[in-house]
Ligand binder design. Structure first.
Ligand code: ADP
Length: 474
């Protein structure tokens, strides 16, 4: 369902130097991220608008906005939030002058960014053209190559048949990974370790990608063994300035999905930190990146790192960067969309400093004892951990909250901020132990195991960590 956006739409862009204040902002999303954005707006005196599906009639994000409107009547739960014409209509009817897409849903759809711009509404994100280019992983790789950023060795374009795939494997050697060109959320990937498995995996990956993303286009990359996932947060403005806000380590993953995120990356050699950040900024400048984004890399055991993708949106784990830099990323996004340049809002590189270490755990309503099956029902008891250095971002963290089967299973993002990695680990462990959640199962026992594992405590884990340690599930 990716919008194929070829023309560059710059119409609603303010002239450099001209500020167009945002007075009313709609969040085209739900749950904790909608609330996160509303909070930023309320502090900035911006009126907030929620949209909600029928299934979310009673959901907390609706209560946290100044106005709320039902969308997608009669549509399935997820489709409601993907209904571009309805969202634009609601925005126009209610004098909304900006739309924040959050993460997931329409956040990486260039046709949505374009629909906003065409309706004279600011899209809080990069231009439609950049959203399109970064959303297509093959294009994004190409942009990285142009900018002189090392990419994972991979097919230069989409791989359209099993023969091409086999040729690539013969040329580059195994193992390789099939990836969906329009994939996301860790889905649509398949690792191939044996030549005779290439064909079968090609067909499987193709049909999986088609089912999940509406487009079966695949490409191939060398599979990097035991990498760390390191990503750089960037901000760009409409005058061509780009800064980085250092990096996050998101190596603790289950099935290629992030579970625990850390800022900055523990024990990352300083020369690599500087080089990765420099690459991210160069790439962003090369594509004319405006607003917040993330450049993702894999770092191998030999200290070599490779670009994998750009996420042209706010990420779930933006919180840890906020804690260690003291910069509100959502408010920065809004200011940039209003037309402020980075220097005008105090964001020059020399002023962006790191303070301590922050860790985020994604607390979910998944049962680690039953292969992380999502649990549903009513939360009967909810007592959270709290105290110095703890931040909770949530839409469901209260007794009486109904956990529905319709959306993702994120319950609370728990963020601990302390002077260094080991004290942040101790704080997170202490906080997780204070939680009491009854009525639905959560992954707290699993998170507690992670937080006590010597490898995790050492600071350096790779993306194999969870899969190689099944005792974490007990
Ligand atoms: P998504 O957009 O679905 O999140 P990514 O390209 O960001 O997909 O990859 C997600 C994760 O998958 C990475 O953090 C890493 O663990 C794994 N991965 C992706 N590409 C490779 C690769 N070439 N080699 C090894 N692991 C990979």
């Amino acid at each position: 369902p990716q919008g194929v956006m070829q023309k560059s739409t710059q119409a609603a862009k303010p002239q450099a130097g001209s500020i167009q204040p945002i007075k009313k902002l709609l969040v085209a999303n739900r749950g904790e991220i909608a609330i996160r954005v509303f909070r930023a707006c309320t502090e900035m005196n911006i009126r907030t608008v929620a949209i909600y599906s029928e299934q979310d009639m009673m959901h907390m994000h609706r209560q946290k906005a100044d106005e709320s409107y039902l969308i997608g009547k009669g549509l399935p739960p997820v489709a409601a939030y993907l209904n571009i014409p309805d969202i634009i209509n609601i925005a126009k009817e209610n004098d909304v002058d900006a739309i924040h897409p959050g993460y997931g849903f329409l956040s990486e759809r260039s046709d949505f960014a374009e629909a906003c711009v065409d309706a004279g509404i600011k899209f809080i994100g990069p231009s439609p053209h950049v959203v399109w280019r970064m959303g297509d992983k093959v294009e994004a790789r190409q942009a990285a190559v142009e900018a002189g950023v090392q990419v994972v060795p991979g097919s230069p374009g989409p791989v359209t048949n099993a023969d091409d795939a086999r040729n690539f494997c013969e040329q580059y050697g195994l193992p390789v990974i099939f990836k969906a060109a329009y994939g996301g959320g860790g889905r649509g990937m398949r690792v191939v370790r044996k030549m005779k498995e290439v064909e079968e995996n090609f067909h499987r990956a193709h049909s999986e990608a088609e089912a999940a993303f509406g487009n079966g286009a695949l490409f191939l990359e060398k599979f990097i063994e035991r990498p760390r996932h390191i990503e750089v947060q960037i901000l760009g403005d409409n005058a061509g300035n780009v800064v980085h806000l250092y990096e996050r380590d998101c190596s603790v993953q289950r099935r290629h999905q992030k579970v625990v995120e850390i800022a900055p990356a523990p024990q990352l050699p300083e020369h690599l930190r500087v080089k990765m950040a420099g690459d991210a900024v160069r790439l962003a400048k090369h594509v004319g990146y405006e607003n917040a984004g993330t450049v993702e890399f894999l770092l191998d055991k030999n200290g070599q790192y490779f670009f994998i993708e750009v996420n042209a949106r706010l990420q779930v784990e933006h919180t840890v960067t906020e804690q260690v830099t003291g910069i509100d990323l959502v408010q920065s996004q809004i200011k940039i969309a209003e037309g402020w340049t980075l220097p005008q809002i105090g964001l020059t590189q020399d002023k962006i400093r790191l303070n301590g270490c922050a860790i985020q755990c994604r607390m979910t309503t998944e049962d680690p004892g039953r292969n992380f099956q999502p649990d549903t029902g009513r939360i009967e008891v909810f007592r959270s951990g709290e105290g110095m250095g703890i931040r909770l971002d949530s839409a469901l963290g209260f007794a009486g909250a109904i956990i529905s089967p319709y959306y993702d299973s994120l319950l609370v993002k728990v963020i601990a901020h302390a002077q260094d990695h080991s004290s942040a680990c101790a704080k997170m462990l202490r906080t997780l132990r204070e939680f009491r959640v009854r009525g639905v199962k959560t992954n707290i026992p699993f998170l507690l195991n992670v937080l006590q594992h010597p490898e995790f405590l050492s600071g350096v884990v790779d993306t194999y960590f969870i899969d190689e340690n099944p005792q974490l599930f007990q």
